[in-house]
Design a protein around this ligand. Structure first.
Ligand code: NAD
Ligand code: DAU
Length: 340
């Protein structure tokens, strides 16, 4: 049995990870430590909540006493760190919590993992640590780290700390850096669910700048299969990029969502750009493909339709979310931007 501390497992990617791996493996015992911020939602974990090899603990990764208790009580030997403040726009509105959770929280996990001599510490990172690309080229694992937003700089700080624990203490760490995820259970602040939900509500679709910023999209299950592969087979001390080679300008994504939903493009509104907006991300995932034999399974055209279908079939899930704190966030983020 592998006793694994999964942090941030009530969020979008973490909950998809837990649901996927626990449907396939009975040799994992997962303790999910999640603070249940605005982005954490226990409804996401319905498929596993009664499993014997799953435990949920509500708490903060910055709380050393609690983290030590979990290591001791559940004999933790593995850590997969998903927990983070994850939204770039929120980091622009206020950065402190990003450095608290993403940097200090990772430090608490690393120190405790060192104390309890873990066998593997997987840091879930992002391609945003590499900064922005021009019109050509791809991020490889040797692209210099050059983050531009408070969010990405906090993730980069954590990545460097993880590497330092490897070099200094020989801690068995491994880091993944993935591109933009989409799929079920994604919080509606992110581009794809925001556009789906606004379109369903006949609200304006706010496209930043000229809509030509490029993101490289991957279905969340493909990301999670890759994480599990790196967790089990990745080489200690290494970084693995994860991506599915689906580069799209934002406006293309927005128009695609509208066409799947049968809605008109008159809902689109170009709005004031995100400050410091990275122009283009694109991942070279040759390393994980050639070393570990991973490759994406889901085609973008199919998986985006399934994602839209999921939001159509789960209106209660997102209806509850957008009726709470989200309204205030939406107004802080968009009221100075959207005219219509
Ligand atoms: P999310 O915002 O949906 O979920 C984050 C989860 O972490 C939530 O459940 C939240 O409650 C929890 N959390 C936040 N602060 C915490 C704290 N102090 N202690 C314990 N739990 C805390 O994020 P996501 O999109 O699922 O991203 C998960 C990870 O993947 C993050 O580390 C993110 O940087 C990384 N990542 C995301 C993407 C993407 O496209 N979403 C791509 C690459 C990497
Ligand atoms: O690349 C990986 C990263 O992808 C992750 O590390 C982050 O956690 C995740 O949030 C995501 O960051 P982005 O900033 O790329 O994702 P977001 O969905 O916020 O925005 C995608 C693009 O769409 C970006 O160019 C900004 C644009 N956008 C976004 C929103 C929310 C708009 O044009 N309008 C919007 O309302």
């Amino acid at each position: 049995m592998k006793n694994i501390l999964v942090t941030g497992g009530a969020g979008f990617i973490g909950s998809n990870y837990i649901n996927t791996v626990l449907s396939q493996r009975d040799d994992y015992f997962i303790v999910n430590l999640d603070k249940l911020t605005y982005a954490g939602n226990l409804e996401n974990l319905k498929p596993v909540e009664n499993k014997k090899n799953y435990v949920f603990v509500k708490g903060d990764i910055c709380n050393r006493e609690l983290v030590e208790y979990i290591f001791e009580r559940y004999k933790i030997k593995y850590v997969i760190n998903f927990a983070a403040e994850s939204h770039v726009d929120r980091s622009i509105l206020g950065s402190a919590i990003f450095y608290q959770t993403n940097v200090i929280g990772t430090n608490v996990l690393l120190e405790t993992a060192r104390q309890y001599q873990v066998e593997k510490f997987l840091q879930v990172s992002t391609d945003e640590v590499y900064g922005s690309l021009g019109a050509t080229g791809l991020f490889t694992e040797s692209t210099p780290i050059s983050p531009n937003s408070p969010y990405s700089s906090s993730k980069a700080g954590a990545d460097m700390m993880v590497q330092a624990f490897y070099h200094t203490y020989g801690m068995p760490v491994v880091t993944t850096r993935c591109s933009n995820n989409y799929g079920p259970l994604q919080f509606p602040e992110k581009l794809i669910p925001l556009m789906i939900i606004n379109a369903l509500n006949n609200k304006k679709l706010p496209v930043y700048g000229d809509g030509m910023n490029v993101r490289d999209w991957i279905y969340v299950i493909d990301h999670n299969i890759a994480i599990d592969k790196v967790f089990n087979e990745g080489r200690t001390g290494e970084v693995y990029n994860i991506g599915a080679s689906n580069e799209k300008p934002n406006i293309e994504i927005v128009k695609l969502v509208l066409s799947i939903l049968g809605k008109g493009e008159d809902l689109i509104e170009y709005v004031k750009d995100r400050p410091g907006h990275d122009r283009r991300y694109a991942i070279d995932s040759t390393k994980i493909q050639s070393e570990l034999g991973w490759k994406p399974k889901f085609s973008f055209d199919e998986a985006i339709k399934q994602t839209v279908e999921w939001y159509l079939s789960n209106k209660e899930w997102w209806g509850r979310i957008i009726s709470g704190e989200y309204q205030k966030y939406y107004s802080d983020q968009y009221s100075g931007r959207i005219k219509g």
